[in-house]
Design a protein around this ligand. Sequence first.
Ligand code: FAD
Ligand code: DHB
Length: 389
Amino acid sequence: MRTQIAIVGGGPAGLLLSQLLNRVGISTVVLERKSRDYVLSRIRAGVLEWGTVELLRTAGVGERMDHEGMPHDGCYLAHDGRMFRVDFRDACGRQVMVYGQTEMTRDLYAAQDAMGATIIHDAEEVALHELDGEAPFVTWTHDGKPFRLDCDFVAGCDGFHGVSRPSIPKEVRREFEKVYPFGWLGVLSHTPPLADELIYASHERGFALASMRNPNLSRYYIQVPLTDHVEDWSDDAFWQELKRRLPEEVAERLVTGPSIEKSIAPLRSFVSEPMRWGKLFLCGDAAHIVPPTGAKGLNLAVSDVHYLAEALKLFYSSGDGSALDGYSEQALSRVWKAMRFSWWMTTLMHRFTEHNAYERRMQDTELAFLECSAAAQAVMAENYTGLPY
Ligand code: FAD
Ligand code: DHB
């Protein structure tokens, strides 16, 4: 089998890249380790930057998002038992869109099917070959049978635990990592959201976030120690803890119900440089991870894909490889700025056992400053709604 771009990983990054390339006649094959149902069962991101929204429209997958997604003009930050609002429109003239990663992925599958794109599921033992030569290829097995795909380039869109990043020799890679000493326990429930916009809460018992997916689907998170297990948390215990961490005025409005998904995600900041090696280009979580505070992970995967799709279009239309050569530097420049923002917001909002009274007072003062400074709110809004591509 032969294609122009072999895409490893059929998550949001891989599917969107395939969609953007297929629309301009560049051929792709997507190799995904899991089944489609499995990919669609993963509950993850919920907040799209405006650049992501516009790119999805350009890719021809914006229709349902524009119909069912919820544009938000701001968010609330809670501390000391009360909350204030940051108005993104006032502060920087932009919005975000609340639309689940699952729905975005579903839309991409539908558009790819309609186009007759090739997505191979349950691809096992995927391996990348000859990445530093002129004739790269990918091999895998399916039902125990071996397969081979020859290509011009490989796009590594296979997430943090994929095979693409480790295919770059260790001596070439430079890795930067910060592991946070806590995780997020997340619950999805068929209940109306707590408020009209998201509430990020800093509390002495730990961080909490009240988010949503649609008018009858809520998503909540609380900071938990890394030693906790999902089985330790009954629904009742989760709702009680969430309520304690929210300002009383909203906590009393919280509608609880059975959880339909419950999971713990560890928090980590990670970047692997470079994002290109020979014929291999990394996109999304394959190259970098941000802690979820600030909702940057999916949006970064989308901006990487944008840069790579544009570079490939230039190459195939004119033979000009300069944008491909500049891909890693261009993508990393935006990645590091999102790293900074999610590290800032994580550090601001969570409880760290190693913090002393002075450091806790600094967190409170930073929040108090944010509350009263239009300039500080503009900086937050500019980053939250997404830096330009
Ligand atoms: P993935 O979604 O990980 O997709 C990679 C795909 O590759 C997967 O389908 C996987 O099965 C496949 N794969 C892996 N290994 C192989 C292999 N060897 N061969 C073939 N296929 C393989 N981001 C935001 O922007 N906003 C948010 O609000 C937000 N909230 C989040 C909340 C939580 C709880 C979590 C955990 C994450 C959140 N994120 C958020 C981050 C976001 O979900 C990720 O950044 C995003 O999924 C990255 O997309 P991706 O396509 O790069 O990787
Ligand atoms: C969600 C996740 C985030 O990390 C965030 O900052 C906002 C919302 C969510 O899953 O809804």
